[in-house]
Design a protein around this ligand. Structure first.
Ligand SMILES: [Zn+2]
Length: 509
């Protein structure tokens, strides 16, 4: 038997096919060897290729090719990233993106998608797709949505009739869309809801709905169903959820219910609990943190052992003319860029930076669709490059150095700033209203001087809440320390001005 298998595998390898007769996923350029073969009857294989403390670089094999992790997945709404074609997404080398089941179900609708042979061919995207259950969108977008044991009841935005999204319906939609990864319908509760009883009910209902999703799933050898760990901000409920999820032995898991405006200090501890060796999610399966997309948060959560992320933030902020750069954010609307003929980022290899100047972009941002398109391209390239750098650093055993360099750029007030780190600006809160503002603090702004954007130092409210100008919030230090990365020596830490930073709002709309 073994020798027959070996002969067969040799033949498959020669024909460049995997065991299912499908074209073998291509080798990729990012190191780590070839993609693990998908076992017969399954739709996923996962191989950890490198590890540094908790952080890991892995490769997922999915029906539409490999996905190298850690990975950021851009979010398409109507099956498209606003302003970007599928060909451009391929050129940016994204291997997976998200589609919104709720939006796709409204338009073009399941029947059209079925007739088109699924979303991949409908949108001409040959690589992997992940769809959410549709539940989150309903609860967040439709004020009248009500949760019952049967499902999420809502008023149709089209004709106001009462409709019901059940676990069975969600899976039927997602089976029709045909995404490589589908998310189970979960009972969504706001992260900041004080009612423990309601969170407890949701944790258990999520199991019952998951079991109905598993039963309804008609294409398990072509599509993967991921479960979502719930339990709010309660450690004991998270433990219950983790246990039940792991027992169901799904191909992968998501950490849900975060990025809802909770304290960052609580946020990272929940992520830490879910990725903890032994008691957390299994080391042999992919872990996806839903709705988290700020670079600082991503770097910390990769250090804690998360593999997959999604967020609308890089695309949404681009529409407001904000570019993501090494030192944080560049708001191209600002007048100082009117005569600046450099690209957004001189080190960036993206199409926008190779061809356009800050001055040009300044003249068209928030006015012309072209600007949205060009800044989105840059921001997606930035996210892709960030993830690739982390992956390489993990594979090369240099991840702690990567983290320190990354933080130095984002939070320049390091102890050694006299040695040339003062040129970068601290992260700015985005004025487009998408980020909850960190509260004003009486911080003696120990600021650098040569900041590019020329704003007041005490406005350096970071994406993640800022301790002082140019110093990361304490939670970053604590989370990294648990992840085995010590940055204690980098800054003058001030415990007395910590503790106000709020999390980002979940941005999956
Ligand atoms: Zn660029």
């Amino acid at each position: 038997m073994t020798s027959i298998r070996r002969v067969l595998e040799g033949a498959w390898a020669k024909m460049d096919l995997d065991q299912r007769g499908q074209k073998r996923p291509r080798e990729d350029e990012q190191g780590g060897g070839s993609a693990p073969p998908i076992p017969p009857g399954r739709a996923l294989a996962f191989a950890v290729q490198g590890r540094l403390h908790r952080a890991r670089a892995a490769r997922l094999s999915l029906p539409h090719g490999p996905v190298d992790t850690p990975v950021f997945m851009p979010v398409g709404t109507q099956g498209t990233i606003k302003g970007i074609t599928s060909e451009q997404m391929e050129a940016l080398d994204f291997q997976i993106m998200l589609g919104n089941t709720y939006h796709l179900g409204n338009r073009p609708g399941c029947e059209v998608l079925k007739r088109a042979g699924g979303l991949h061919s409908f949108m001409r995207w040959p690589r992997n797709l992940l769809t959410d259950s549709g539940g989150f969108q309903m609860v967040s977008l439709l004020k009248l949505a009500q949760i019952t044991e049967e499902g999420v009841q809502f008023q149709s935005p089209v004709d106001s009739s009462l409709m019901l999204l059940t676990p069975e319906k969600s899976i039927e939609y997602q089976n029709a869309i045909g995404a490589d990864i589908m998310m189970a319908l979960d009972d969504v509760v706001s992260a900041t809801l004080p009612d423990r009883h309601r969170v407890e009910e949701a944790t258990h209902r999520t199991f019952r709905w998951l079991d109905r999703c598993i039963k309804a799933h008609a294409r398990p050898s072509e599509q993967n169903l991921f479960g979502i760990v719930q339990g709010g901000l309660h450690e004991d409920l998270r433990a219950v959820s983790l246990k039940g999820m792991i027992e169901r032995d799904l191909p992968g898991y998501a950490i849900g219910g975060l990025s809802g405006g909770e304290e960052k200090d609580v946020f990272w501890r929940i992520v830490e609990q879910c990725t903890r060796p032994e008691s957390g999610l299994p080391a042999t399966k992919p872990r996806y943190l839903m709705g988290v997309g700020y670079p600082v948060d991503i770097v910390v959560c990769v250090a804690l052992g998360v593999d997959m992320f999604d967020c609308v933030y890089p695309c949404r902020t681009a529409r407001f003319g904000t570019a993501m750069v090494t030192h944080g954010l560049m708001r191209l609307k600002q007048r100082e860029y009117a005569g600046d003929f450099r690209p957004i980022d001189e080190g960036c290899e993206c199409y926008t930076c190779k061809n356009y100047t800050r001055a040009f972009l300044h003249s068209i941002v928030t006015k012309e669709a072209t600007a949205c398109h060009l800044v989105t391209l840059h921001n997606l390239h930035y996210m892709k490059a960030l993830m690739t750098s982390m992956r390489k650093a993990i594979l090369n055993d240099t991840f702690p150095d990567f983290v320190r360099t990354f933080l130095k750029h984002h939070f320049p007030a390091t102890k050694d700033r006299s040695r040339g780190n003062s040129a970068a600006a601290p992260l700015k809160a985005d004025p487009d209203g998408q980020q909850p503002p960190a509260k004003k603090r009486k911080v003696a702004a120990d600021a650098d001087t040569g900041r590019e954007s020329g704003e007041k130092a005490d406005e350096g409210k970071g994406n993640s809440g800022v301790q002082g100008a140019g110093v990361p919030p304490l939670w970053v230090k604590e989370a990294l320390s648990v992840a085995g990365i010590d940055i204690g020596d980098m800054y003058e830490w001030r415990a007395d001005i910590e503790g106000e930073s709020k999390g980002q709002g979940r941005e999956n709309g």
